[in-house]
Design a binder for this molecule. Structure first.
Ligand code: ADP
Ligand code: MG
Ligand code: MG
Ligand code: MG
Ligand code: MG
Length: 644
């Protein structure tokens, strides 16, 4: 706590906190748990729409597929742990987001991963990227949730600050939906799943500062995952939900038992009593360690007293630990006891939500607006430049990554990795489509328009596939907010997201913020990652992004406006930066409506939204690894800006 926070805490308590209370407040008021730098910014995001069922203040957003089924989805960062311990960091990132989805009462059906790796060719980057990818596959493949897509971006700014964003989606029966807000006094509090050990202690606080550069120093803050145990946890929770035995539920993520218990109490407007000695431990631990441990594969359940024997029997059947550790009260206090002795007593709001807000100073960076004029290219130049673009590591096909993932398990995958969108067949509803996008170069140039355009592109992918946008989840990866120029970039980016989401009628239903992605020598570019989810009703197939084998002789159309502006990736590669395009809602909406009609009426055999690298690069992606070629009729010479 800083001095101001310390004073605020003392005046709220009207006394000094004891050591345990102080540690608890310190973690719950960390950036990672309290969102103190971004809570006011996020308030501006549009959160409601025709599909939205739940989201605000929940573990994940939920949208309606039909009167019976819903889709829960969210993306989260596991950046700091993955930088220190790539395999475990990425693996537990996957495990953690799965539990956020489970907490909504949904069965996890698909994962995706947004990866940002350093581009320098050195052993550190190779160790990180191979470890992260093995970690995602290692957890995802074993837990039985397919990894159906993702995104990989390489840039030097991620050399010391790699980013790992894990997305998960799940399907729920709407009448069995669960929430963390529905606990009531007298209900019992249980921990289901793994025993609590000394791993990941204070991981939340660690994620709220920059990296020190000394990996060894941060090792104890790394969590260790067990996907086979998580699989049992999923099955046990789903079984209990089906039988109506869970009244409220919360995953245990950052700040483990402390944050899950205090958030359930706060969100449902209750008090809570926790009895330390009843928590199953792997080793002897101090109370503060027990409360802050981030041991994986645990869920907090709130159940009716009469259901406890049933819950315990189901836990036993699945070979899971299950312990009754406390009860909901009407005291308004968060109380910790050890064998009857009161160890901590804090008003619930202090831990669970009413933490102080930080308003950092904001100022736009001074930019030298040097817009280079574009060149005129003949056919040979275009080939040379196209090769340069296609050889940028971010343009690769990344198959070395997704070949390590099981993308087919559960048998719903219609379009998997290697496509601009992922599509899943949902029995009894239709097809859900996901599109993950990020473009740090354009966001560095202009965080407002950049973020709006990334959001628009993500939604455009859905439209091209024939899917109506239902909602957005996002992960705001940024450096420290404490530098005025960096805070300004964050503010602008959130405004860009809010504007695009509102204008394109695709509300933001969940998300995550990861700040302090910087080391003593480097910081990341603004790197917001957007995932939008769309729906195609039964009877219509998603439009494939590549022509299939019997499509020879088809004609290729470029639909939409090509502005004479050099694209951000080409500009980054060649130093030929152009003006940033500005987000144009009416044009965007018109395009989306046109694309939807093309897909729904079966007018095209294949289609893809033009993305990074320009239309020619997108065309190459549509035919690469296929037996087809394409003949282009272009009036040479052509302006650089018209192709890239
Ligand atoms: P959890 O602890 O369940 O992972 P968080 O503490 O990360 O959730 O987030 C708290 C709440 O704020 C969640 O409901 C989450 O969806 C929401 N949220 C966080 N960041 C964003 C964002 N960038 N956009 C929208 N919602 C967000
Ligand atoms: Mg949280
Ligand atoms: Mg959660
Ligand atoms: Mg979480
Ligand atoms: Mg989170």
């Amino acid at each position: 706590l800083d001095t101001k926070e310390w004073e605020e805490l003392k005046s709220a308590l009207k006394r000094e906190p004891n050591d345990l209370e102080l540690r608890m407040v310190g973690v719950m008021w960390s950036e990672h748990c309290s969102y103190k730098s971004t809570r006011s910014l996020l308030a501006s995001l549009p959160k409601d729409g025709p599909y939205v069922i739940a989201g605000e203040g929940e573990n994940a957003g939920v949208v309606r597929l039909n009167h019976k089924l819903g889709l829960a989805f969210k993306v989260e960062s596991h950046n700091h742990p993955s930088a220190i311990s790539p395999y475990e960091g990425a693996a537990t990132g996957v495990g953690g987001i799965i539990r956020d989805i489970l907490a909504m009462g949904a069965r996890p059906v698909a994962s995706m991963d947004g990866l940002f790796f350093g581009s320098s060719d050195n052993s550190r980057n190779r160790r990180i990227s191979s470890g992260v990818v093995r970690g995602i596959g290692g957890y995802g493949n074993a837990v039985g949730v397919p990894t159906v897509g993702g995104l990989t971006i390489y840039d030097q700014c991620y050399d010391e600050n790699p980013l790992v964003n894990a997305f998960c989606a799940g399907i729920l029966e709407l009448d069995k939906a669960c929430s963390s807000k529905t606990a009531k006094p007298g209900m019992q509090v249980l921990i289901l799943g793994a025993r609590t050990g000394r791993d990941g202690i204070a991981g939340a606080a660690f994620a709220s500062t920059g990296l020190s550069g000394d990996d060894g120093a941060n090792k104890p803050q790394i969590q260790i995952g067990d996907p086979f145990y998580e699989k049992l946890l999923i099955e046990a929770c789903i079984e209990l939900l089906k039988e109506g035995k869970i009244q409220a539920m919360q995953d245990m993520g950052a700040a483990g038992i402390l944050s899950s218990t205090s958030e359930v109490a706060h969100k449902s407007g209750n008090g809570i009593d926790i009895h330390c000695e009843k928590i199953p431990l792997r080793e002897t631990m101090e109370p503060w360690e027990i409360f802050l441990s981030e041991s994986q594969e645990r869920m907090l359940l709130v159940c009716l007293p009469e259901d406890i024997p049933y819950v315990e029997a189901v836990a036993k059947k699945w070979n899971l630990e299950c312990a009754l550790v406390g009860e909901m009260t009407d005291t308004g206090f968060y109380r910790v006891f050890n064998r009857g002795e009161l160890l901590a007593e804090l008003p619930v709001g202090i831990l669970g939500g009413d933490s102080p807000v930080k308003n950092w100073p904001s100022s736009p960076p001074k930019r030298s607006a040097s817009i280079k004029t574009s060149r005129s290219l003949n056919a040979e130049d275009v080939v040379t430049e196209l090769l340069r673009v296609m050889q940028h590591p971010s343009m690769g096909d990344h198959s070395w990554i997704y070949k390590q993932y099981d993308s087919m398990v559960q048998l719903r995958t219609l379009l998997g990795p290697g496509n601009p969108v992922a599509a899943l067949w949902i029995e009894g509803a239709g097809t859900v489509v996901f599109s993950m996008e990020a473009n740090p170069w354009i966001c560095a140039q202009d965080p407002f328009n950049g973020t709006a355009l990334v959001t628009a592109l993500s939604i455009r992918h859905l439209s091209v596939a024939g899917a109506d946008p239902m909602g957005i989840t996002n992960c705001l990866n940024f450096p420290s907010p404490e530098i005025p120029e960096q805070y300004w970039e964050l503010e602008e980016s959130v405004k860009g997201l809010a504007t695009a989401a509102r204008e394109l009628k695709c509300p933001v239903v969940s998300g995550n913020v990861s700040l302090y992605n910087e080391s003593p020598t480097s910081r990341i570019m603004p790197s917001p990652l957007i995932v939008s989810a769309g729906f195609i009703p039964e009877g219509i197939n998603p439009l494939p992004p590549k022509p299939s084998s019997n499509d020879e002789g088809l004609e290729v159309f470029l639909v939409g406006r090509t502005t004479s502006t050099i694209g951000s990736l080409y500009g980054h590669i060649t130093g030929a930066s152009g003006a940033t395009l500005s987000f144009d809602p009416p044009r965007e909406m018109a395009f989306n409506q046109c694309a939807l009609k093309v897909a729904k009426d079966g007018i095209a055999q294949a289609g893809r939204a033009v993305s990074r690298g320009g239309w020619a690069a997108s065309l190459i992606k549509a035919i690469i690894n296929s037996p087809f070629g394409v003949d282009l009729d272009i009036p040479w010479p052509i302006d650089e800006a018209d192709i890239f």
